[in-house]
Structure formats: C-alpha cells, structure tokens
Design a protein around this ligand. Structure first.
Ligand code: TRP
Length: 334
C-alpha cells in the first residue's frame, strides 16, 4: 500500500525558527519523512497577509528553507518547496473562497486575534482568507495528515469542511485530512512569560530561543528564564509553569522522561538544572546553525533544491487542479 501523505507549512516571517517551531513542527516533519510521502512548504503567500518588506521576504524564505534542510529534511525523501512556486495554490484558494460562507470565515479565532492587533478595518482581506489558502495547500496534495500545533486545529477542521462540501457538490475529488498534533510538545511556552506560547508575534526576544542564535545568548536566556517560587525542580503546570516548561524542553531535547529528570535534580535547586537545559539547547541548535549557514552561503544550490521540490509538488498540484477545473465547469483551453 502507498504511504500516507503528509503536508505541512511554515511561514517565512522570521530570521530564524525558534524552539517552539523546532519541537512543535519541524522535528516532527523530519520524523514523518521516514514513514510518509512528505510535502513541506515555506508559505510565502501566507506571509504577505500582513505587511512585508520584499527583501525581508526573500531572505526569510531562503533562511526558512535552509533551516528545514539543516534540521534533517532530506530533499530526496521529502518534497520541500516554496508555496508561491506552485501557482495552483492561489488558483484552488479562489475556488474554495467561493465555497466559504462569510460567517464561517469570520469564526476563525486566529483571524480574530490577529485582526484585533491591527485594528479590525486595517487587517487585510488576505488575512481574512488566510485559512482558506491553507485549506488549498492541504487539499491540493490530497494529504492524509497535517502535523500542526493546537492553534491550527480549527484551520484543519475548516479544510475538512471545505473538502467535503466540494466533494458533495461536484463529486469525490479531495481526501479529507486529519490534524496530527504531537502531544508532548504542544506546549513550549515563553521563557519570560511561561503561561503564554513561545511565539514570534507575541514573545519578547528574551522569551524566545532562536535556532540560529549563538551559544552565548542561548545560555543566557535559559539561565534568566523565569522560574517559580520555591527551589525544587518539580513538574507542576499550575504552580510552577516556568520550571515545567524547562522540564518539557529538556525532556523533548534529550529523550529523558520528565519523572526521571525530576528525580535527577531532587534536592539540587534550579542552578544545575538550568545549566543542563541550556546545554541541551546549545547542543541541538549549534549543528543546525552551522548547516544552515553553509546552505545559505550557496544560494544557487539552495534555489536549485527548491526548484526540484517545486517541480515535484507541481506534478501533484496540476493533477488535482485539472480535476477541479473540470468539475467546477471551467471550459478546457484548447
Ligand atoms: N498556518 C500555519 C501556521 O501558522 C502555516 C501553514 C500554512 C500550514 N499552510 C499550511 C500548516 C498547511 C499546515 C498545512 O502554523
């Protein structure tokens, strides 16, 4: 039997991935390329839903792609590509936009959060239709599974609804995807504000661990992470969110179960524990940073890898879109 297909995307909106992206998404993607037919894209079309500098977008798209390869995505095994290279994403998005109710789109909580930041009327229509473009990304490849963070679950549900609606109205066309949410790592929080998600848009620099950051600043940030009253290393999300976050991080990076870590640091206070967390972070990130720098030093080669990915993705996308065009009733072009 054919391998199940997986698709996911990451936005090129920062100059580095952070620990939350790495543990919550990219590491999962790398694992899944072994067992799945994997498609991963740098979603530059999504990035322009908020005001974006062209030079920054170009730079960040390459940085994102380089990091994906540096984190272990193998261009032979996975199809890694840039969303805007495959025109069918926007084409299918339009068809799906026309199947989406205004009220349905208006219920998307991420839009409401983001729009609130800009002021309701300053937010672009693109931001409003963002989840529908995401649905197009997924449906275009007939993906079975979509590894995402919990905050994206609603978008995958919308994707299923739209796929199902299209299938009912025009005939079986799309595979309905399942969200795949890795449990243990769904909650990597801000080091300075450990009850809030580690996030590029809302965390301060001191609260985020960037994959491409140098060891010095990384260590400093971990050592200065907010811990909680008391001095015991205990996993207690409610009363010790800061320590619990660091435990989750160390466990995810070293593979040691949390209870074993708690036992190891019994009676030792926070100092040694934090030092070890910092080392685990540095040991994970340093080789990724070095590989990323190497990939970025040869833009031509990087662009060549992305062209290969785009070609493979296009083959699938073209096939799906040909069916969609026919089903919807667009005339064939002779
Ligand atoms: N919206 C996703 C995020 O912010 C990124 C994304 C775009 C995505 N298209 C996708 C994720 C398709 C999964 C599948 O994390």
């Amino acid at each position: 039997m054919a391998r199940p297909r997986v698709l996911s995307g990451i936005q090129p909106t920062a100059d580095s991935f952070h620990l939350g992206n790495y543990l919550g998404a990219v590491r999962q993607w790398v694992a899944m390329q072994e067992t799945h037919d994997a498609f991963y894209c740098v979603v530059d079309l999504h990035a322009i839903t908020v005001p974006t500098e062209p030079d920054a977008l170009r730079r960040r798209s390459r940085v994102a792609a380089a990091q994906l390869f540096a984190c272990g995505l193998d261009p032979e095994q996975s199809t890694v590509f840039v969303q805007s290279h495959v025109r069918e994403h926007t084409e299918l998005a339009w068809v799906l936009i026309c199947l989406t109710g205004m009220g349905e789109a208006a219920r998307m909580t991420q839009f409401k959060d983001k729009a609130a930041k800009f002021g309701e009327s300053a937010a672009s229509v693109g931001l409003f239709t963002y989840p529908i473009l995401q649905a197009a990304d997924i449906l275009l490849y007939q993906a079975n599974q979509v590894p995402v963070g919990v905050d994206q679950k609603q978008h995958v549900e919308l994707t299923r609804d739209l796929g199902q609606r299209f299938n009912h109205r025009f005939g079986e066309t799309f595979t309905l995807p399942e969200p795949f949410i890795p449990k243990e790592v769904e909650k990597i929080t801000d080091l300075q504000n450990p009850t809030a998600k580690m996030s590029k848009s809302s965390s301060s620099p001191a609260g985020i661990l960037d994959v491409l950051e140098q060891p010095g600043p990384l260590r400093k940030k971990v050592m200065r992470a907010v811990t909680d009253t008391g001095s015991e290393v205990l996993f207690d999300e409610e009363n010790k969110p800061g320590v619990s976050n660091l435990l989750r991080i160390q466990s995810a990076l070293t593979g040691t179960p949390i209870p074993d870590l708690v036992a190891r640091y019994e009676g030792q206070g926070y100092g040694t524990f934090k030092k070890d967390v910092a080392e685990a972070v540095v040991e994970t990130f340093a080789p990724i940073r070095e590989r990323t720098e190497k990939l970025l030093s040869d833009e031509k080669e990087l662009d060549r890898l992305l062209a290969i990915g785009a070609e493979r993705a296009s083959e699938v996308a073209r096939r799906t879109m040909a069916t969609v065009r026919e089903r919807v009733g667009f005339l064939p072009k002779l």
